[in-house]
Design a binder for this molecule. Structure first.
Ligand SMILES: NC(=O)c1ccc[n+]([C@@H]2O[C@H](COP(=O)([O-])OP(=O)(O)OC[C@H]3O[C@@H](n4cnc5c(N)ncnc54)[C@H](OP(=O)(O)O)[C@@H]3O)[C@@H](O)[C@H]2O)c1
Length: 239
């Protein structure tokens, strides 16, 4: 058996309810051909877990453990080839299903792992059995908790920054709500690319932190004239 975290169904309307967390014992998953068993060493949270607990997220499940993001170590494999490739390796898990490679968007019905119908596991469980195709090697320069935080927000920010915005060195970019998980990844990607990064936040402290991470300027969206303040900060040579 293994421990897992679910939400418990209680009465209440979407947006007004806040489902409690429930720790349960579930059978330890067994692997099928093509799969490996990952012992989860760290899991990360996204705002979606709050939305799920408020019943403000599509397709929520009371039977599926929560958590889209996780990292761990491969402890069992289903073939000698997979054993050679993965056994004992530190890995991150892919957070979605139904979206393979198209830049346009999901090719099929897209589901994010954890707390939802359509995928039977989450990362807030001790062991996950998944196809080898749903793993990536964890970056060796990161700790396991750092690696666990990357997949969902990192992919979302990557797509927004590069696939959609096609950001290049020397361009100006505005990242709104810099205190957010996705925004913080977008900031780091944009700075690494050599863009000039402007941010908004409802908190001066978060703007100061963003500047430490490489943002050029920030304005507080709680001030009515924030867009004018921002315009005044743009470089005169490339507004
Ligand atoms: N997390 C994911 O992997 C993921 C995946 C797909 C889509 N998304 C979507 O991406 C968005 C951000 O998700 P997240 O997980 O990063 O959420 P989050 O961590 O909760 O961040 C949301 C941020 O939005 C900012 N904000 C709130 N009110 C604002 C306002 N009036 N004007 C400007 N900014 C405001 C806040 O920034 P300050 O704290 O700086 O004030 C807050 O930190 C959401 O729409 C989410 O549904 C997220």
């Amino acid at each position: 058996m293994m421990k897992a975290l679910l939400i418990e169904k209680i009465d209440g309307k979407p947006g007004q309810v806040y489902y409690p967390l429930k720790q349960v014992d579930l059978p330890k998953p067994s692997i099928r051909p093509g799969e490996v068993l990952v012992k989860i060493l760290a899991a990360a949270l996204n705002h979606r877990e709050v939305f799920i607990r408020q019943h403000l997220y599509p397709g929520i499940s009371f039977e599926t453990p929560l958590g889209a993001d996780g990292a761990g170590v491969v402890v069992e494999t289903s073939s000698p080839e997979l054993e050679r490739k993965w056994k004992g390796k530190k890995v991150v898990l892919t957070p979605g299903r139904g979206w393979e490679s198209s830049e346009e968007g999901p090719e099929g019905r897209y589901v994010i792992v954890g707390g939802t119908v359509g995928v039977s596991h989450g990362t807030l469980q001790e062991y996950v059995a998944i196809p080898e195709t749903e793993l990536e090697a964890a970056p060796s320069h990161l700790s396991i908790p750092e690696a666990a935080a990357i997949p969902l927000a990192g992919l979302t920010a990557y797509r927004a920054t590069f696939t959609k915005a096609k950001l290049r060195a020397g361009q100006n970019v505005l990242i709104t709500g810099i205190g957010g998980g996705v925004a913080l990844f977008a900031l780091q990607f944009a700075v690494a690319t050599g863009a000039t990064v402007f941010v908004t936040s409802g908190s001066e402290e978060k703007i100061a932190k963003a500047k430490k991470l490489g943002a050029a300027h920030g304005v507080n969206y709680k001030q009515a004239d924030w867009s004018k303040q921002l315009k005044a900060l743009l470089p005169k040579e490339r507004p």
